[in-house]
Design a binder for this molecule. Structure first.
Ligand SMILES: [Zn+2]
Length: 213
């Protein structure tokens, strides 16, 4: 996870470790490109991948770093420098998108450890389909079905936090498949299905990036 990712400065040729997503070359100060394999956590200044992260913390980290590479600051610089700035901006925006929502963050962690989110269990799938049909036929039942699905979503999200908490504490919690990660993957499948049900029944988006998933 913390493997070295060598980056070479195009100005002074110094080699830097890109795994901590450095913005500028420590030797000459020129902007550095972004290593293709750097983690979104490193880009947002979080030393080790983890699930428990505050939205404010991520927002602040994104803002602080985005200011340092804002295109306006490099408007008068060389084309190579401007290209690096644009690359850093794009990488920061991608990192924010990948980590901002708990659902997306957990999905990244699960996939990083090569665990594939499973299909939802047949029984759960049938149950959800029945609820959807009932809500479509019976407007009075609709509100309570949406409420139930929202409550279940919240409960599963809390369980996701409890499931991943021990991995957050371990140095190598997210480097290989493990029972908690497989449980997390199953919870993600259920969360996505519940979010779709709520969204389809007009209850709003429980996962902001649902349509992109
Ligand atoms: Zn340099």
């Amino acid at each position: 996870m913390s493997a070295t990712l060598p980056l070479r400065c195009r100005v002074c040729d110094a080699e830097t470790d890109g795994s901590a997503a450095p913005i500028a070359c420590p030797s000459c100060g020129a902007l550095l490109p972004v290593h293709a394999r750097v983690s979104p956590f490193a880009l947002l200044g979080v030393a080790r991948p983890r699930f428990a992260l505050g939205r404010d913390e991520l927002e602040r980290a994104w803002l602080t770093r985005s200011r340092r590479v804002h295109p306006d600051r490099f408007a008068a610089k060389s084309e190579a420098e401007r290209r690096c700035a644009a690359e850093q901006v794009a990488a920061l925006n991608d990192a924010k998108r990948a980590l901002f929502e708990p659902y997306d963050r957990a999905l990244w962690l699960v996939q990083q450890a090569s665990v594939t989110p499973p299909q939802l269990a047949q029984q759960a799938l049938v149950e959800l389909m029945e609820q959807r049909e009932r809500a479509e036929e019976d407007a009075a039942a609709r509100a309570s079905i949406v409420d139930d699905a929202r409550a279940r979503f919240r409960a599963r999200l809390e369980e996701l936090g409890r499931t991943l908490a021990p991995l957050d504490e371990a140095d190598d919690g997210y480097t290989a498949p493990s029972p908690p990660l497989r449980r997390a993957a199953a919870l993600l499948a259920e969360l996505k299905t519940l979010a779709r049900l709520v969204d389809d029944l007009g209850g709003g988006k429980l996962i902001g990036t649902l349509d992109a998933r």
